[in-house]
Write a protein that binds this ligand. Structure first.
Ligand SMILES: Cc1cn([C@H]2C[C@H](O)[C@@H](COP(=O)(O)OP(=O)(O)OP(=O)(O)O)O2)c(=O)[nH]c1=O
Length: 204
């Protein structure tokens, strides 16, 4: 049993990201990292999620940098349709408009994940194609009333009721939920945190 405080910190207020990181069994604590998530004029979606993710990671890092081996994990998710970035809906009208745009077609979900430490920062981008069935306006209104779309990029949650809209996905389910676990595990392993733990001596 390892009682030392974890060296890994998740810079996120998202309960989904914490659940996903718990799913792969690594020890971590959580940090709050407030950053400006405004899209810059002309900014490409991939550049946007990379920038915001790096900002979240560095904002978290300033809080733990006193510990030399500390590492900060951060992520950002955007739903992209017709080259437009859909963040979290501002209000009901915004959410219903998002559902109308997503209805009956394919969109992309981009999630960047970054690991920041004393040695610098590494970043990976996950891209998933998601195809929605047609969603009638009345159904979108009932979905809004459940409260689920409120704090979700694109105004839906694949892990919740929103799953009924998802006809198909190609890519990373965990990436759509907010933390792509394949990319996360790769970054952690590169930084000396193998997800399945270090092999016993002499058996690597
Ligand atoms: C598309 C989709 C998004 N989401 C969520 C994941 C993220 O929490 C949220 C996207 O918003 P983000 O701005 O990426 O993250 P956040 O503000 O919730 O958390 P933090 O910045 O503190 O890390 O949308 C789902 O939970 N399911 C989905 O299917």
């Amino acid at each position: 049993m390892d009682d030392a405080p974890p060296r890994l910190h998740l810079a996120s207020r998202s309960p989904r990201r914490a659940e996903l990181l718990e799913q792969i069994g690594v020890r971590f604590t959580r940090l709050d990292a407030e950053v400006d998530e405004t899209v810059r004029p002309g900014e490409a979606p991939g550049d946007y999620v990379r920038r915001v993710t790096g900002d979240k990671g560095r904002a978290g890092w300033t809080q733990v940098a006193a510990r030399a081996d500390a590492l900060v994990l951060a992520a950002d998710t955007a739903v992209v349709v017709d080259a437009c970035i859909l963040g979290k809906p501002r209000d009901r009208a915004d959410a219903l408009e998002m559902m109308e745009r997503l209805s009956g077609r394919e969109h992309r979900v981009l999630t960047a994940v970054a690991l920041v430490g004393a040695a610098g920062e590494s970043l990976r981008l996950s891209e998933t194609r998601v195809r929605f069935r047609r969603v009638a306006p009345a159904e979108a209104a009932r979905y809004w009333a459940t409260g689920e779309p409120r704090d979700k990029a694109g105004g839906y949650a694949i892990q919740g009721l929103g799953a009924v809209f998802v006809a198909a996905i190609a890519g990373s389910y965990s990436g759509v939920m907010g933390l792509p676990l394949f990319e996360t595990a790769t970054l952690l392993a590169e930084a000396g945190i193998p997800v399945l733990g270090a092999p016993p001596p002499g058996q690597d």
